[in-house]
Design a protein around this ligand. Structure first.
Ligand code: PEP
Ligand code: MN
Length: 293
């Protein structure tokens, strides 16, 4: 690894815990999800609604993101909401709609698991399990994810330092699962204009410290759909291996996070813009399209 005289960046690598540390494994980890590789040369685009709300909403949005160039479909069936009275997700019914959307579009799916008791069920339906920001410190859940044989999209805690984040990722690897994708989704700072402060520095830092792929979620990172394109492009320029964006067929009717969800047309434009950034930095978009069933 290249080091520069006069900086202390060589220390980054040595302070990361063992299994996630780039000094333990110099080569980038590339995760293969049904033929889509995360962490390789191609930039991976994950898109879909915040929550699975009903069959029609999910299928419409899934088809829109598929034709817009998404490689993986997202959608929460178990939602970690601030208020217990807000929509909590459809649970297993939502997982079934995700399976149906996968069948219709050929897109692999990612969905969040919040509880160790749901792990087996969620694993039976999904291609990638997501561990959300609020669960980053849930060590029993991390250990359970480490025991399962599915890739894990592991989000940074909203109040976690990079050191805490990598130590939490180490919990998953230490149980035998090295298929972990790191995801910067913004951290809480004194700034309230944006929902979170998207820490773009985390991208090169994490990639320097660890061999794991790093993606960025500019939707939760900003909280405003109009900010999503600029921050997505910045994330790609800064070296992210992929992005995860919220897209809704009718953002104004969304049961969660409508204000930060892109309209399908905005998503289509964004993918075109990302392609230019990717080319400028010597990368490309994933043009492998899963065949429509
Ligand atoms: C999500 O991606 O569905 C989500 C809830 O995000 P976060 O855990 O980053 O808040
Ligand atoms: Mn959301």
């Amino acid at each position: 690894m290249e080091t520069h005289k006069g900086d202390n960046q060589g220390n980054y690598g040595s302070s990361a815990p063992n299994l996630v540390n780039r000094q333990t494994k110099a080569n980038d980890t590339v995760i293969n999800v049904n033929g889509i590789k995360i962490g390789g040369e191609e930039i991976v685009i994950i898109a879909g609604p915040c929550a699975v709300e009903n069959r029609e909403q999910l299928l419409e949005t899934a088809k829109a993101v598929y034709s817009g160039g998404a490689n993986i479909l997202r959608g929460g069936a178990y939602k970690p909401r601030t208020s217990p009275y807000s929509f909590q997700g459809l649970g297993e019914e939502g997982l079934k709609y995700l399976s149906e959307a996968r069948k219709e579009t050929g897109l692999p799916v990612v969905t969040e698991v919040m509880d160790t008791r749901q792990m087996e069920l969620v694993c039976n339906y999904t291609d990638i399990i997501q561990i959300g920001s609020r669960s980053m410190h849930n060590f029993p859940l991390l250990k359970e994810a480490g025991k399962c044989r599915k890739p894990v999209l592991f989000k940074r805690g909203l109040m976690a330092t990079i050191d805490e984040y990598l130590n939490a990722a180490e919990y998953i690897l230490s149980e035998g699962n090295d298929q972990v994708v790191l995801c910067e989704r913004g951290i809480r700072t004194f700034e309230t204009y944006t929902r979170n402060t998207l820490d773009l520095c985390a991208i090169p830092v994490l990639k320097r410290m660890s061999h794991l792929p790093v993606i960025v979620d500019p939707s939760h990172g900003t909280g405003h759909s109009w900010l999503v394109p600029a921050m997505t492009k910045a994330a790609i320029a800064a070296g992210a291996d992929g992005i995860m964006v919220e897209v809704h067929n009718k953002p104004l009717d969304a049961l969660s996070d409508g204000q930060q969800s892109l309209y399908p047309e905005e998503f289509v434009q964004l993918v075109k813009d990302i392609e230019k950034i990717a080319q400028a930095i010597g990368r490309k978009l994933y043009h492998h399209k899963p065949s429509l069933v």
